[in-house]
Design a protein around this ligand. Structure first.
Ligand code: FES
Ligand SMILES: [Fe+2]
Length: 441
């Protein structure tokens, strides 16, 4: 459980809140590069509770600005994307991507009033098809994190996203919860779980639904091993990480298929979930792209200018996420038709912000407990002492991978796994042989 006060601190992200301030210390991946066209139309956006407008100027520079004109508040969403700036359609004031007012045509020509007006504009960086935003206080922002996928050529990566109508922490906590794999995502035919690789392919999600949980703090956040008994003295360890402040890795899906997700809060009740797969050694093939990124049943709703319609799944609470109740009998544990929708169904169904005072956390929740504590500690250290949060000034701590290993109980997963967890190496990410094993009867 968490006190009401700590739950509020953990979940609220608007400007001026302690968690809002913590998140603003970090770069956030927010858009695909191709969502903005040079000289093209603007786009409304939400980020950390702020109403924003994104555009790409005629020189190709991306811009992210406050939604309303500092003159008299007209919506810049209707702005004209002219030469290297966005022009408010109400009285023609024009701003560049840095927020400088560069033209004020309704004031006398000799007036220097425009030099005194500044629009709130955020720093952006673009790399490998992603646009990153920095909403923090520094004039010179930190470096982008050295996440392996973000340094590899784009052909080595596969990225997609969808919106979830829930607080960002609920999503993140699903990311670092090995325990639910034995239930929510399982198929009832025992050999039907190979699609998830690793422990699923080995039949272990059934055979040991109560993995041994071992959690450790790191310089990037928190890491844990979830060890499922495979033989009487051998365990299959799934070693995954939480990286500050919103990244969650999960176990490799196949040899050298590294996965991660991140959770960007649009506001306190809405989050954009991003999924990444990367292969450190070679481009991802078309066959792999199809297999790894199968669309959810129903796809997305038709987007409008409303940012809450962007990448929003058609399956939702109102249509029971297209649950097939009959499938609960002999096919799927939940009856919800895809892993992504299964996660959405339980996370959105908790309500926009789950009441953590009412929880009953057990040993299976050790990673969740430690991750909350880490976030709260970093947030309070920043609030009370101005302490720079973990990873902000050390992008190299993000150079890690997840892994799986099979070990006897005499061996420690921390020491065996550690070479496999380093990014930018030739180490195979999965030491375990994941070929299908015949599940015990
Ligand atoms: S409100 Fe934008 S120029 Fe007047
Ligand atoms: Fe899940």
């Amino acid at each position: 459980m968490l006190s009401k006060e700590d739950n509020t601190l953990l979940t609220q992200v608007s400007r001026g809140t302690p968690m809002g301030n913590l998140l603003r210390e970090y770069w956030m991946p927010i858009l695909f590069s191709d969502e903005l066209t040079a000289g093209g139309r603007t786009m409304k956006g939400k980020l950390l509770g702020e109403d924003l407008v994104a555009f790409r100027d005629s020189s190709g520079r991306p811009g992210l600005i406050e939604a309303n004109c500092p003159h008299r508040g007209a919506p810049l969403y209707f702005g004209r994307n002219e030469n290297d700036g966005i022009r408010c359609v109400y009285h023609g004031w024009m701003y560049d991507v840095t927020g400088a007012c560069v033209d004020m045509p309704n004031e006398p020509a000799h007036s220097n009033f425009k030099d005194k007006v500044k629009l709130n504009a955020y720093k952006l960086r673009e790399r490998n098809g992603l646009i990153w935003a920095y909403l923090g206080p520094r004039k010179t922002p930190p470096e982008l994190p050295d996440l392996e996928f973000n340094v590899l050529p784009p052909e080595h990566t596969l990225i997609w996203k969808n919106m979830q109508m829930t607080n960002w922490v609920q999503g993140l906590e699903g990311n670092i919860d090995s325990s639910h794999l034995s239930f929510l995502h399982t198929r009832l035919e025992r050999d039907g779980n190979a699609e998830f690789g690793g422990g699923g392919a080995r039949g272990l999600w059934y055979e040991d639904p109560a993995p041994r949980m071992e959690v450790t703090d790191t310089d990037f956040g928190v890491m844990y091993g979830a060890g499922r008994l495979e033989e009487s003295d051998r365990r299959f360890w799934r070693v995954t990480q939480f990286m500050m402040p919103f990244y969650g890795l999960f176990a490799p899906i196949g040899p050298n298929e590294c996965p991660m997700q991140w959770w960007i809060p649009l506001d306190d009740h809405t989050v954009m979930k991003w999924d990444v797969r990367w292969n450190p050694n070679r481009p991802i093939t078309e066959e792999e792209r199809g297999r790894l990124m199968s669309p959810d049943p129903g796809g997305f709703i038709e987007p409008t200018s409303d940012p809450y319609t962007h990448y929003r799944l058609a399956a939702n609470m109102d249509n029971d996420y297209f649950t097939n109740w009959d499938a609960q009998g002999d096919k799927r544990y939940s009856g919800v038709p895809s892993a992504n929708l299964q996660d959405a169904a339980v996370q959105e169904g908790m309500g926009p912000i789950v009441n953590r005072e009412r929880e009953h956390l057990g040993t299976a929740d050790a990673m969740i407990i430690r991750t909350r504590r880490r976030l709260l500690e970093a947030m309070k250290a920043l609030r009370d002492h101005g302490t720079v949060p973990p990873g902000v000034d050390d992008p190299t701590v993000y150079g890690i991978r997840s892994t799986t290993v099979v070990l006897s109980d005499a061996e420690s997963w921390q020491s065996v796994a550690s070479p496999l967890l380093k990014a930018f190496t030739d180490e195979k990410i999965m030491a375990a042989d994941i070929t299908m094993r015949t599940p015990r009867a």
